[in-house]
Design a protein. Structure first.
Ligand SMILES: NC(=O)c1ccc[n+]([C@@H]2O[C@H](COP(=O)([O-])OP(=O)(O)OC[C@H]3O[C@@H](n4cnc5c(N)ncnc54)[C@H](OP(=O)(O)O)[C@@H]3O)[C@@H](O)[C@H]2O)c1
Length: 279
């Protein structure tokens, strides 16, 4: 594919979901030192204290970047909750859409669902529905809100869909997570087909040492899958969030990815290992 310009060269408005901890926090830390001055980073998650603490860290390392915080719950799919979120942020902070050469939305927020149950133990409609509200419906509604605010092809528009090898590997225990990620990946393929001017990166960060991974290691019902994860740790294939995000940085700098195609990090080495243990 023809090489495009390094994504970090343009003055940007960037929203990152799930920025309060884990991979999202590391993406924010990396972006703060990569984007040009006067770019705006908008950190989004439920825990506002954690978001404020990330904001303080970012401002200490990158004083020329504006860091905004927006508390939200991606599972709140009630009518109107997502409407106008980005318009109000622009207005409240006396910004103008014309201030930016590029806008970017990073869909990083996710949860893993009832991994202590098998697929045939999912009796509770509210819990199943609430899983897809957070991980699929809310993500789609937030995405619509963002691209309603930033509807013109200029400035250039980028969306990052943080996916997982679990979107194409059937992992016992991760029924909701696998199916939710697969649905998201297809959603972005369709978006890309409809809106070719939007740059779409579907990126899998590999096995990363975060609250999410530790929760799965402790609570997945499948012993064989817990063994897979133990093996990944023993083999040194669980990275830190910083290591994983360094690979994402390279992908965005190179900017040669195919829109909405899977781009993966350490799963390149982890995939045969997963295949071996999950057969
Ligand atoms: N860690 C891995 O090994 C791994 C592997 C492959 C893919 N991924 C993907 O990487 C991304 C980040 O994962 P992670 O490991 O960093 O997860 P994590 O440590 O559990 O962090 C999840 C983030 O999502 C936010 N979040 C959760 N529920 C939310 C809700 N209802 N509304 C708004 N925000 C919510 C959390 O913030 P609050 O609690 O403050 O809301 C937190 O900032 C996810 O998309 C995950 O699927 C991770």
């Amino acid at each position: 594919m023809e090489k495009q310009e390094n994504i970090f060269l343009k003055k940007s408005f960037v929203a990152i979901t799930g920025a309060s901890r884990g991979i999202g926090k590391s993406i924010a830390l990396m972006f703060a030192v990569k984007f040009p001055q006067n770019s705006v980073l908008l950190l989004m998650a439920r825990n506002v204290e954690d978001l404020e603490s990330v904001r303080t860290e970012l401002q200490a390392t990158a004083p020329n970047i504006t860091v905004l915080v927006r508390q939200y719950d991606q599972g709140k799919t009630d009518e109107g909750y997502f409407n106008g979120i980005f318009d109000s942020i622009i207005t409240e902070n006396k910004l103008s859409k014309d201030d930016f050469e590029q806008v970017m939305l990073v869909h990083n927020c996710a949860s893993t669902g009832d991994k202590d149950k098998t697929a045939l133990q999912l009796f509770d409609a509210d819990r199943v529905r609430s899983y897809y509200d957070v991980n699929l419906c809310g993500m789609i509604l937030l995405n619509t809100s963002f691209f309603t605010t930033f509807c013109d092809p200029s400035p250039s528009r980028v969306v990052v869909n943080v996916t997982s090898g679990a979107s194409w590997t059937a992992v016992p225990s991760l029924h909701l997570y696998c199916s939710g990620k697969a649905a998201r990946d297809m959603f972005f393929r369709v978006l890309s087909a409809e809106e070719p001017s939007i740059r779409v990166l579907t990126y899998a960060p590999g096995a990363v040492d975060t609250d999410m991974l530790r929760d799965v290691e402790a609570n997945a019902w499948s012993t064989s899958y817990r063994e897979v994860l133990k093996g990944l740790r023993q083999n040194g294939e669980v990275t830190t969030p910083e290591e994983s995000v360094a690979d994402l940085e390279r992908v965005l700098e190179d900017n040669t990815f195919e829109n909405a195609a899977h781009v993966y990090n350490y799963l390149q080495t982890a995939q045969p290992y997963l295949d071996k243990y999950l057969q």
